[in-house]
Design a protein. Structure first.
Ligand SMILES: [Ca+2]
Ligand SMILES: [Ca+2]
Length: 168
């Protein structure tokens, strides 16, 4: 068994120079993942390679982790948003903020809305900022909810709850 990772139309030509029986289970043509099969040949002149392009559906976009907690302090926090598969286009995901903590006082999201996951990426990190204060306010929550997506569909883990542990 032989796996080739090649580009564009060089794939068939390069594989055909193997001078040995070969089969291909997968290869990359350009920037697309494809599945391919071939019947082996001992000749380097007559090999034919059948390539089937698989057009993926929209990936699911969701949080990698849905619960986080952090002590109240001036803290930057990275929250990963993942895609179920790579795609060749940017994915934009809009979000809303909620919870008992006050946005722009106790915490905020340091990202544009919608948040963009670049083409070919499987994840991107959303940066949150937690603010310090000296108020005795008890633990509070900041909730980020993914409300819609372009180029993807919302996965089940669409809400992330951050618990800010009061230290006053
Ligand atoms: Ca606070
Ligand atoms: Ca406090």
């Amino acid at each position: 068994m032989h796996t080739c990772t090649l580009f564009a139309f060089a794939a068939a030509a390069l594989c055909s120079t193997a001078r040995a029986q070969w089969s291909v289970d997968s290869l990359s043509v350009g920037r697309r993942d494809v599945a391919a099969t071939s019947v082996g040949s001992t000749s380097n002149t007559t090999n034919a390679l059948a390539v089937t392009f698989e057009t993926p559906g929209d990936p699911a976009v969701q949080f990698a982790v849905t619960q986080r907690s952090v002590f109240e302090d001036t803290t930057l926090l990275e929250v990963s948003i993942t895609l179920s598969q790579r795609v060749d286009h940017d994915v934009s995901v809009s979000y809303s903020l909620g919870g008992t903590a006050t946005v722009n006082v106790d915490w905020r999201v340091e990202e544009p809305n919608p948040f963009v996951i670049p083409a070919r990426a499987r994840r991107a990190d959303m940066t949150l900022l937690v603010a310090e204060d000296s108020t005795q306010e008890g633990n509070e929550t900041g909730i980020v909810t993914l409300t819609g997506a372009t180029g993807a569909v919302l996965g089940t883990a669409s809400t992330m709850t951050l618990t800010i542990l009061d230290d006053d």
